[in-house]
Design a protein around this ligand. Structure first.
Ligand SMILES: *Cc1c(COP(=O)(O)O)cnc(C)c1O
Length: 819
């Protein structure tokens, strides 16, 4: 059995839609919503959805990639592409959901649906691990749980599957009914319910009621009464219910949770018997998710002994792939936890987005794809590798080599992971991007460890999906047609260089801006082709700047004249940007200089003014709104004057992040998006609508007991009158955790508890007061994350998030997550 097979005309019938078909017999197997990720174009049906961007804009791109089948709402495209199949619908998202629903109804497998505020993906993946021995399971790829992700997941069901595990997430009231219809689960699991405001609901109750709609037709509902507190119990879904909690009356009543060397021993009462299991995790989230899985196994009829055995074998799940620096200047994309074709496609897309090295290697294990013939599977994979321009495949597994002829790139095969590792010294890895992707049992973690630079235990984690979400947030605030310049100065506010620029280029921002020529040159060398503005172009770097086609900001007549001199003879229309001082009094032309500037520029053909801009000094601050208004007006007047002199109209721009969110009429032709991308906007109420992008973590090296009256650290600053316990972590002022955080001013999160620093911050280390807490060497300490925010740190030491971010030193390793 293959992927679903429908002819385009069957699909049109299911959708009861108008059509214009060039070939009625076209077979459709794949549904896609993003023209960038295509597996087999001839059998793909593209849904032009309108979310942040109108999907119809990408029909041209999809056509270029050989896609010929489209579901659209705008009729005009039919005439443009006469050799294509078009299905014309009222609402293309509805159509996608309807098609998935129809498809799902053709099979009678068991379906489990999971919803809740946290833990959905983890519970789904763990249930997959726990039940894979007994069922042929189809599950949502990654965390595909949205109005789009759920239908795409359900579409993958085929006749061989005996169990489906799907997660469902919602961001607004009214969405769950649709997902319930698409999945139609017989079994429902509610993981938990978090605080309401973060998720777009007015109250916790409203959110719960909405989530429970997923299970309205379910036979069995598994939940904790702690999360449905105050609800009318008779209104809960499910003819049968199975509850877990530490309170009386729960079907699985937890009576003890005890950490034992990195594991956690759980005890409970079930059917009047005491039962237990050893969960190989000890963090709070894993414990709760483990209990939910325990409850599910019992509710499904597994014996307590069998359930305990299986839980003891659970392994870590990572849905995200990681981008990090490797040996010999390589970039490593580590996706060594899962291997199926849909996640391979996602990983290859990400590999393809990397421009820093022309050479791209994929280290791939055999895949195990339910119900797919190997020949078909590896043909698909070979096509995919060719499409994504992979230069070399290193295949690992006993059966892979027999398909060697399918692959067009350089290939190399190994029997198993050990064979690869013992030959490692003879293999060449240098200046290339390497995707490491293997099924769990191949233990590719060992390979990625050999390929990556040693990471000392302080890491800055950057969530690229969160950054894209923030970009989309600002896109939704600007008027159509307005361009975006992304500010990536100072290593993208501390978060990286080409890694961030690749992402922004892929997501089609229009411009990048850096502070110095060097930063721009580094981006060019990493393959970034977007136009790049350099805000402080040093005269000494003009030659290099021109060579790399960077565009200088011109802020004075002196710099203009010396730049004109530096341009090679015969240059014409070299792009530059003019800065006007509208009130910041930093760089830029004053009003009085404009006439002079115009006369120099008039009839000069060496340069072309791409844009004229200025900078707002207080766009986030209501108390200065009068001044902001004045700046916008001053800029407009000065720009008009310049344009009159120039005789053509460059792009005008003045808005930074908070300009976009607070001053719609400052958007002009382009906006300059900076800190908003990284999740902060002082112009928004508590950054509402933005996601946390950056997390800084370190590790506890040692835990010590300190006696009564003893002191901690340099100059005996840390006093412990009553004695206590301290933990030393591997971060200090040389990493960017400044001395101002010392002596209790700063706090870190250790095992979910906020603990203060004690004593002065050292160069490479910091001591934390962990008196009374259960901690041990090797535990993680979180410097900042979504809960313990950079905003809080900034407040603690009286500065702004910009400074906290950009202070994190380059020796702290960056890891990029993408899913
Ligand atoms: C840094 C910078 C920005 C971005 O400001 P944010 O407040 O981070 O959005 C915009 N314009 C100029 C000239 C800048 O230097």
């Amino acid at each position: 059995m293959q992927n679903p097979i429908y002819t385009i005309s069957t699909i049109a019938k299911i959708l009861q839609a108008d059509v214009k078909l060039a070939n009625e017999q076209t077979i459709i197997q794949y549904l896609i919503v993003d023209s960038r990720s295509v597996l087999v174009p001839e059998n793909s049906l593209f849904f032009a959805l309108s979310s942040h961007r109108n999907g119809h804009e990408f029909i041209g791109d999809a056509y270029h990639k050989q896609i010929r089948n489209f579901v659209i709402t705008e009729e005009k495209y039919i005439a443009l592409y006469p050799d294509c199949n078009f299905i014309l619908v009222e609402d293309s998202l509805n159509a996608l959901q309807k098609l998935a629903t129809e498809h799902q109804q053709r099979f009678n497998l068991q379906k489990i649906a999971i919803t809740g505020s946290n833990g959905k993906t983890m519970v789904k993946e763990w249930l997959y691990q726990l039940l894979a021995a007994d069922f042929n399971i189809i599950r949502s790829p990654k965390s595909y749980n949205s109005q789009i992700g759920v239908p795409l997941s359900v579409w993958q069901i085929n006749a061989d599957h005996t169990l489906g595990i799907f997660e469902a997430g919602i961001s607004a009231a009214g969405e769950m009914d649709t997902l319930a219809e698409v999945i139609q689960p017989q079994i429902g699991i509610l993981t938990n319910i978090g605080e309401a405001h973060a998720e777009g609901f007015a109250s916790k109750d409203e959110k719960l009621v909405e989530k429970l709609k997923l299970f309205k037709e379910s036979e069995l509902f598994i939940y904790s009464p702690d999360y449905v507190y105050g609800q009318d119990l008779s209104a809960l879904p499910g003819q049968k219910k199975f509850t877990w909690s530490s309170t009386q009356g729960a079907d699985l009543r937890i009576i003890a949770i005890a950490p034992v060397d990195g594991n956690c021993h759980l005890q409970a009462i079930y059917q009047n018997q005491e039962i237990d299991c050893l969960l190989p995790f000890k963090d709070k989230a894993s414990i709760e998710n483990g209990i939910i899985c325990w409850a599910t196994l019992l509710a499904l009829g597994y014996s307590a002994a069998e359930a305990g055995l299986r839980l003891g074998r659970l392994s870590q799940v990572s849905m995200r792939l990681e981008l990090k620096n490797g040996i010999n200047q390589c970039s490593i994309i580590d996706d060594s936890y899962s291997a199926d074709i849909s996640s391979l496609a996602i990983a290859l897309d990400f590999l393809n987005q990397q421009n820093q090295h022309p050479k791209k290697t994929v280290i791939l294990s055999e895949l195990f794809e339910t119900g797919k013939d190997d020949q078909v599977l590896y043909t698909e994979i070979a096509d995919l590798l060719a499409q994504k321009k992979v230069s070399r495949l290193i295949g690992i597994g006993a059966h892979l080599a027999q398909y060697a002829a399918l692959f067009k790139c350089e290939t190399l095969f190994f029997e198993d992971t050990d064979a690869f590792i013992s030959d490692f010294a003879n293999l060449q890895f240098s200046h290339e991007t390497i995707l490491v992707k293997g099924a769990r049992r191949f233990e590719f973690g060992r390979i990625s460890k050999m390929l990556t630079q040693k990471i000392h235990d302080t890491v800055l984690e950057i969530d690229l999906n969160a950054m894209v979400s923030n970009l989309q947030f600002y896109r939704s605030k600007i008027k159509p047609g307005i361009k975006i310049m992304a500010m990536v100065k100072a290593f993208s506010y501390g978060s990286g260089s080409f890694e961030i620029a690749n992402l922004l280029q892929f997501h089609k921002v229009d411009y990048l801006a850096v502070a110095y020529a060097d930063e721009g040159i580094a981006l060019r060398k990493a393959g970034i082709t977007l136009p790049i503005m350099v805000m402080s172009p040093e005269e000494s770097a003009f030659e290099a700047l021109i060579k790399h086609h960077l565009e200088p900001e011109i802020y004075s007549l002196e710099i203009l004249n010396s730049f004109l001199k530096a341009l090679p003879e015969g240059t014409s229309n070299y792009p530059v940007h003019l800065k006007i001082d509208s009130g910041m009094h930093r760089l830029g032309f004053d009003d009085a200089e404009i006439a002079n500037l115009s006369s120099v520029l008039k009839n000069n053909h060496q340069i072309n003014v791409q844009s004229v801009f200025s900078h707002l000094v207080a766009s986030a601050e209501a108390e200065h709104d009068g001044f902001t208004r004045h700046q916008i007006d001053t800029f407009k007047v000065a720009a008009e004057k310049l344009i009159d002199g120039l005789g053509y109209k460059p792009l005008l721009h003045i808005a930074n992040t908070s300009g976009i969110s607070r001053w719609p009429d400052s958007q002009m032709d382009m906006v300059r998006l900076g800190i908003g991308l990284y999740g902060f906007d002082a112009g928004l109420n508590h950054n509402q609508g933005l996601q946390t992008v950056i997390v800084l973590k370190t590790t506890i090296t040692q835990v010590k007991t300190v006696g009564v009256g003893e002191s901690v650290g340099y100059s005996r600053k840390g006093v412990m009158p009553n004695g206590g316990k301290i933990a030393t972590v591997k971060i200090g002022y040389a990493d960017g955790y400044g001395r101002a955080f010392g002596n209790g001013t700063g706090k870190m999160l250790v095992n979910g508890q906020l603990v203060p620093t004690i004593g002065s911050i050292c160069m490479d280390m910091t001591m934390l007061d962990v008196t009374g807490l259960e901690v041990s060497a090797g535990d993680e300490a979180i410097v900042f994350n979504k809960e313990h925010t950079i905003m809080q740190l900034a407040e603690d030491i009286n500065t702004i998030p910009y400074e906290i971010l950009t202070n994190i030193s380059q020796r702290v390793k960056r890891i990029y997550f993408y899913e």
